[in-house]
Design a protein around this ligand. Structure first.
Ligand code: LIP
Length: 272
């Protein structure tokens, strides 16, 4: 259960929540009349990877707010914000997670803001403007959704697990990711592909899914959501040196153990 955090980390969380809500208002205002084929929607890593003035406006609103309030902190943003920290803290920002969903006028997109120190995420927020829902967490002090504490999580066997996943915008990476769908689909209850890693991780924290796994995901997509899932009681595994070096898994402990067995990189065949 959540415990009372030190005032300075509560202030970091509160700043992240304030800026996520302000960015959400900006994004909502810009979504009206917008569409995937609107003028001004460009592409980034591939023809299926859109970026719009809304993404950039959201990131600028967040980074301007952070620079004004905490000028010595570092910045890392999906749309290019980059600043070295002189305080030991760095803000990791996805100003619009679920960009394709946003441009199609759907509900499932979010603003994700985390602040990290040398040990990882200290505080984080994921805000879904179309529903008004906000998930937040402070390291070692629990996670909340709209102020209500999250966790402990039910732990289920793979056959009873609803698992969220996602895919890259690059064709070769998608071909690689299909292997993980092949491994999961016959074993778990079902898969869901929502289009926002941040919301997928929050779904583990609030038990609207049982697990999330994505192969080849970006740090800004998962920084806040992974902290929220952990603070709700999930195990998170991923990154270099872990059993899942190129992906991220969030699930209750026993389910996580079972899924790692399934997802760990194929061991090279021993030549007999
Ligand atoms: C999205 C991720 C999602 C992934 C999508 C996309 P974006 O981030 O949150 O998990 O599956 O392909 O990368 O591009 O909307 O910020």
């Amino acid at each position: 259960m959540p415990t009372t955090p030190p005032p300075e980390t509560a202030a970091l969380r509160d700043l992240a929540v304030h800026l996520a809500h302000a960015a959400g208002e900006e994004l909502l205002a810009r979504q009206t009349g917008l569409s995937i084929d609107a003028a001004g929607v460009e592409t980034k890593s591939s023809a299926s990877d859109p970026v719009s003035a809304a993404d950039r406006a959201s990131e600028k609103l967040i980074t301007d707010g952070l620079s004004a309030t905490r000028p010595g902190d570092g910045l890392l943003g999906e749309e290019g914000a980059a600043k070295t920290s002189t305080t030991g803290l760095t803000w990791v920002i996805d100003p619009l997670d679920g960009t394709v969903n946003y441009l199609y006028g759907r509900l499932d997109w979010s603003v994700s803001i985390a602040v990290e120190d040398e040990a990882g995420a200290v505080a984080g927020v994921v805000h879904q403007p179309r529903t008004g829902m906000t998930w937040s967490a402070i390291r070692d002090h629990g996670a909340h959704r709209d102020g209500n504490p999250l966790g402990p999580l039910r732990d289920v066997i793979p056959a009873a697990a609803l698992v969220s996943t996602g895919f890259s915008y690059l064709a070769d990476q998608r071909a690689e990711q299909a292997e993980y769908v092949r491994r999961l689909l016959p074993v778990v209850r079902d898969l869901r592909r929502g289009g926002s890693a941040a919301l997928d991780l929050c779904s583990v924290a609030d038990e609207t899914a049982d697990a999330y796994y994505e192969h080849l995901i970006q740090p800004w997509d998962i920084a806040a959501g992974a902290l929220i899932a952990r603070e709700a009681g999930a195990t998170t595994i991923g990154g270099p040196g872990t059993a899942l070096p190129r992906g991220v898994l969030a699930a209750p402990p026993e389910l996580a153990t079972a899924l790692v067995e399934l997802l760990a990189p194929l061991k090279p065949r021993r030549l007999e």
